[in-house]
Design a protein. Structure first.
Length: 185
């Protein structure tokens, strides 16, 4: 089953006070949860209210997830799809073409597969990869072409960062141009 990612861009499209029901295959990014809280959007995780505007959690009926959420790259061509050109205003009028993704954390079977699977489902094309395991910890850096991605850079980055768990591993995403500028002398 394809993993679904809900980003702040998706929550912004929902009416204030909306009730959003998600399942176990849905990842809601931290910025999306924060925006939902500010806009009074109730997020229901598998029937249990996870985020409300100041109310205690309660059992809730299941409702379908709206079509505005991001799913894998092949399912984002509808009227609510978010496209890569939407990010151009945040990047000097140019959409990033290549990003640098890092993942650092406790080594375990399947950790790299989780990151690369998410990149593939979001429409990214891994151009280069380096991984090192040291003392039970792994460090991976990936160069990813996102020109074919169906969502904005910010949504792509949020979806990957949502994989992060402080006790497992942390994912960071940087526009390659910013990365190169940071490391220029």
């Amino acid at each position: 089953m394809a993993r679904t990612f809900i980003t702040a861009e998706d929550v912004a499209k929902l009416p204030e006070g909306h009730r959003l029901t998600v399942d176990d295959n849905t990842t809601i990014t931290p910025p999306a949860r924060e925006l939902a809280r500010r806009r009074g959007v109730t997020i229901v995780d598998g029937g249990e209210v996870a985020s409300t505007a100041g109310r205690a959690p309660t059992r809730a009926p299941t409702a379908p997830v709206p079509a505005t959420v991001l799913t894998d790259a092949h399912a984002t061509n509808g009227p609510h799809a978010v496209h890569a050109h939407d990010a151009s205003a945040r990047h000097g009028g140019q959409t990033p073409q290549t990003i640098i993704v890092t993942a650092v954390g406790v080594n375990r079977p399947g950790v790299l597969a989780e990151v690369t699977d998410a990149i593939g489902k979001l429409g990214g094309d891994i151009q280069d990869l380096s991984q090192k395991i040291t003392g039970g910890y792994f460090n991976a850096i990936l160069v990813v072409d996102i020109r074919r991605a169906k969502q904005a850079f910010a949504a792509f980055a949020e979806a990957l960062k949502a994989l992060s768990e402080p006790t497992d591993y942390v994912v960071t995403v940087v526009d390659e141009r910013v990365f190169r500028a940071m490391h220029r002398l």
